[in-house]
Ligand binder design. Structure first.
Ligand code: UT7
Length: 342
């Protein structure tokens, strides 16, 4: 154990773990608000004002979640200077796996040629990425594996009802992946995570049919039950409250204040949610990363897509203290503190 170990703390580490690299991918096709105006009764003004979204990327019909995940994973591995053979474990946070089984993780493992890796899919909806990074981190922290891939990837357009204006304007498709490895500098590492679930919130955001509770039938298709159903206002309120609550908790227990945070990278579900939570945390706008305008809500991919933009814009630099936060269907809630390693 090194001196970063804190007994009894869920973020405790046996060896310090860093995020070594990041890869992202979005399909090239763009769906703009004005195109949506032709599809449902909505307007560019409403979408922009109520969500902050201008456009989102949509996968072609023959593209599935694993296709996006593979692109992101290859980019992440190249960035970290590791080969597929170096990967011992991979986890894919996704709500839209290619199939129930085999898992998308198995499809990705095969496609990237990670012949020594094992892995699985993780269902945490919009917290898929934070939960995947946490899971991968444990594999490396414990010493079991040296390099692990954590992926958040979704083709939300496959489960969105493009006749329902309350949901179809929000979502987009994308993928992000990170390689996690033992920290080169023990100061530059994943510092902590704080996650919780509140299953009582399940009815507020769900896909009612297609599982063992309500298998696919002509009726479920006719009733449009294979799409995302959401109580937007309930999710909105929960997301604002919980994002700020979990962030405050993780900062407090690490003896940090909002002023210590260099960058706040929250799940991108709605610009108003992010800004309200940031306001409650007293985080100024310049520390908040928002790119929902270009991608919409890509579920498992929003946080890596936002990190990638921050890196490209040089807003995210080696040594920065990054606060990640997510709230998703379940409800799932997550926060991570990362001292950025590159
Ligand atoms: O990643 C986690 C997943 N999801 C979320 O985090 C989403 C959380 N919720 C939200 O982001 C917001 O609740 C929405 C964006 C979904 C909705 O925004 P809102 O400001 O909460 O709108 P609302 O549901 O209160 O609806 C206000 C009005 C309604 O009309 P009436 O009843 O006032 O006449 C809606 O029918 O806006 C109407 N409306 C729309 N109008 C134009 C709802 N969707 C649209 C639309 N275009 N696309």
């Amino acid at each position: 154990m090194n001196d970063t170990t804190r007994a009894g703390d869920p973020g405790r580490v046996l060896r310090a773990v860093q995020i070594s690299s990041l890869g992202t991918y979005v399909p090239p096709r763009v769906l703009t608000n004005s195109q949506l105006e032709q599809m449902v009764d909505t307007s560019n003004e409403w979408i922009l004002k109520r969500t902050g979204i201008r456009e989102r990327h949509i996968a072609d019909d023959d593209v599935a979640t694993s296709d996006l995940a593979v692109e992101a994973a290859l980019q992440a591995m190249a960035g970290a200077g590791v080969t597929a053979a170096d990967i011992g474990f991979l986890v894919v946070g996704t709500t839209t796996p290619d199939t129930f089984f085999p898992s998308t993780a198995c499809l990705v493992q095969d496609r990237i040629g990670a012949t020594h890796a094992w892995g699985f899919d993780l269902g945490a909806a919009c917290s898929g990425f934070t939960y995947a990074v946490t899971t991968a981190m444990q594999m490396v922290a414990s010493g079991v594996h040296d390099h692990a891939l954590a992926i958040g990837a979704d083709v939300m357009s496959r489960i969105i009802d493009y006749q329902d204006r309350t949901t179809c304007v929000i979502f987009g498709d994308g993928a992000g992946a990170v390689v996690v490895s033992p920290a080169v500098d023990p100061e530059l590492r994943i510092l902590d995570f704080a996650h919780e679930v509140d299953g009582s919130g399940g009815p507020a955001l769900r896909m009612p049919a297609g599982g063992s509770r309500l298998p696919a039938s002509h009726e479920t298709v006719d009733q449009r039950l294979h799409y995302v159903h959401q109580d937007g206002a309930a999710v909105f309120k929960f997301a604002v409250r919980k994002t700020s609550e979990i962030c405050r908790r993780i900062l407090d227990r690490n003896g940090l204040r909002a002023a210590d945070v260099d960058l706040f990278v929250s799940h991108q579900a709605n610009r108003r949610i992010i800004m309200a939570a940031a306001g409650q945390l007293h985080l100024p706008e310049e520390k908040v990363v928002i790119n929902i305008d270009r991608f919409g809500n890509t579920t498992g991919a929003t946080i890596p897509l936002a990190l990638a933009d921050a890196l490209a814009d040089k807003r995210l630099k080696k040594g920065d203290l990054v606060l990640l936060a997510s709230v998703g269907a379940g409800f799932t809630v997550g926060a991570m503190l990362v001292r950025w390693a590159y």
